[in-house]
Design a protein around this ligand. Sequence first.
Ligand code: NAD
Ligand code: IPM
Ligand code: MN
Length: 363
Amino acid sequence: MATPHKIAVIAGDGIGPEVVGASLEVLAAAAPQCGLDYELTHFPFSAAHFLETGHVLSDDDVSALRSFDAILLGAVGGLPNDPRLAGGVIEKGILLKLRFELDQYINLRPVSLYPGIETPIKGKTSEHINFICVRENTEDLYCGVGGFVRKGTDQEVASQTMVATRFGVERCIRYAFELAKTRDRKHLTLVHKTNVLTFAGDTWHRAFQEVASEYPEVETAYHHVDACCMFMVSKPEVYDVVVVPNMFGDIITDLGAAIAGGMGIASSGNLNPDGAAPSMFEPVHGSAPDIAGQNIANPIATIDSLGLLLRETGRIKENEASIKCGEMIGEAVKKVTPKFEGKNLDRSGFGTKEIGQMVIESL
Ligand code: NAD
Ligand code: IPM
Ligand code: MN
C-alpha cells in the first residue's frame, strides 16, 4: 500500500472555496473506489487573509508546502484595482511566488471541446478543438525585472523586461517535444513574436530548432502570437501541442478557454515535472468576484485540475491508485458535460454543488 497522498489545499478567494469544495467532494467519493489513501491540509493564503492579518505567504510557508505531494489551488485575488491590493501583492506574493520558488516551470493547459459543450466558433467540433498548451512558467515578463525612474513626474520612465534564459527555454521546449511524441498527431507549434522580439525570440527559435533535430518523429510549425490568436478562432484544428512563453501563454489560454466553452472548463497544472518540489493544480480562471458566494461558479475546471493532479503526481510518485483515481475523475467529467448541451457553460443554471454531485454520480 502506498503512503497517503499528502495534498495541500489553498482554496483562496471569491469562488475559490466553492469550486474547491465541490472538487474535494468528488475526491472523497472517488478515492475509496480506487483504493487511494490521501490526507488534506488546508492553508488560508488569499487576499481575504491578507486584508485580515497582513500576512501574504512567507518563506517558511513555502518550506512547509514543500513537504506535500501536490497543491490544489482555487483562485486568489480580490477586486481588480482594489487600492489595498495594489502592486500585485496577492498575485505576485502567492501565485507567482509558489510557481517560481517550487520551480514549477511548466504550466500545462489543455484546450479540449468536451462532449456536449458548445463552442462559440461556428461549425467546429471536438475533432477541431483538441490541443494542449505548454506555457513556460518561470521566466519572461513575469520575472519582475524593471522599475521606475522619476516616478510621478512628467518625465516618468517605466520598464518591464522580458527574460529568456537558454536553460529555462530549452527545458520547456524539451518537455513539449516529449509530450508531442506521446500524442497521436505528434505535432508541435512554437508560438512567439520573433519578428519584433528579436532577442528573446531568437533564443526561443534557435533552441526550438536544435531540440527539434533530436525528435525527427515530431512535426513542427512556428506561428507568431497574433496569427495564433487568429488561427485559434478560424482553424483551431491546426494545433496539437503548442509551446509558448509565459506572457503570451497567459493570454492565449484565456482565448483557449473561451473556444472550449468558457472559463468554467479550463484546467491547468503548474508542474515541477522532475518531482523535486510539489506541483500545483488550479483552474485557469480567477476568483470571479462578480459571482462569488452565489453557488453559480462552474467547478468543472477545478475538478478536472484535481484529476490532472492525481494523474501527474501519481506518475511522479509512482502511485497507481492516484493515477487510476485521476483517470476516473477525468472520465466522469466527460460523462457530465453532455448535460450542458444548449446551455452557456459558465451560466448554465446548474449550481456549483449540483455540478459536483453530477460528477460524483458519473464516477
Ligand atoms: P476571472 O477569471 O476571475 O473572471 C472572468 C469572468 O469569467 C467573470 O465574468 C467570471 O464570472 C467568469 N468566470 C470565471 N470563472 C468562472 C467559473 N468557474 N464559472 C463561471 N464563470 C466563471 O478573471 P478576472 O475577473 O480578471 O480576475 C478576478 C481576480 O482573480 C483578480 O484579482 C485576478 O488577479 C485574479 N486571478 C487569479 C488567478 C489565479 O488565482 N490563478 C487567475 C486569474 C485571475
Ligand atoms: C493565470 C493568471 C495569473 C497569470 C495571474 C493571476 C498572476 O492570470 O494563472 O492565468 O498571469 O499567470
Ligand atoms: Mn491568466
